[in-house]
Design a protein around this ligand. Structure first.
Ligand code: DX5
Ligand code: ZN
Length: 208
């Protein structure tokens, strides 16, 4: 199981990024919120870009924003492996996924807990990562929604039936007691479980 860590709940981002750099975490998961798609706002890109000064890890950027096409070129400058947008936004999803790929970056498409897995179907040819939200996007520290397990399994079946090999990632409330519900995923994102603990590596290892 690959593991990405979100620093959304960090009390000291620089300190936590430095600690994470010495773990075997696969990705730093960067949550971006605009105050429109979700109520809260994260720091502007001119501040967020500095995370690359404190980590050698590749980034898995999660855009919880309405105007994704404005954010994609900014985040494409960083050491990014994936940029993920939400299928629920009003933009032209196919165009945005192609924009991500035009930078040589892998494209992700995310669904909120109330969005059906079938919404992903038209975009599967352009998708390298399916991100299943296992909490309502917008805040760290929420509880894993158990129905997410079925969505992971549905996404797995969908990829198989269309003969596609995108990865399945799961985001929200992932910890030792919920990881078993993610066994059909390729990757999980964990935030507060790791960054609010006193042993990051131990917590990351418990998810693999
Ligand atoms: C939720 C974010 C998640 C979240 C993960 O809106 O997209 O990445 O911060 O944090 P935990 O693991 O605390 O749910
Ligand atoms: Zn996220």
């Amino acid at each position: 199981m690959k593991v990405g860590v979100s620093f959304l709940s960090s009390k000291d981002i620089v300190r936590d990024l430095k600690i994470l750099n010495d773990t075997d975490v696969d990705y730093i998961h960067v949550d971006v919120m605009d105050g429109k798609f979700v109520p809260k706002k994260t720091m502007p890109f001119k501040e967020m870009r500095h995370i690359s000064d404190f980590t050698d890890k590749r980034l898995d950027v999660h855009l919880m924003v309405e105007d994704a096409s404005k954010y994609i070129p900014l985040y494409a400058e960083l050491n990014v492996e994936y940029i993920t947008i939400h299928v629920e936004i009003d933009e032209d999803i196919e165009k945005d996924l192609k924009l991500i790929k035009s930078y040589g970056i892998k494209a992700g498409l995310s669904i909120k807990p109330d969005t059906k897995v079938s919404e992903l179907v038209p975009y599967l040819p352009y998708v390298d990562q399916i991100l299943i939200m296992s909490v309502e996007p917008g805040a760290g520290g929420q509880s894993f929604i158990p129905e997410s397990e079925n969505k992971i399994n549905e996404a797995r079946a969908l990829l198989k039936s269309y003969n596609m090999n995108a990865i399945i990632n799961v985001d929200g409330g992932v910890k030792d007691s919920t990881i078993k519900m993610c066994h059909n995923a390729d990757m999980v994102v964990s935030g507060s479980y790791v960054v609010l603990s006193d042993n990051f590596q131990e917590k990351i290892s418990s998810l693999r």
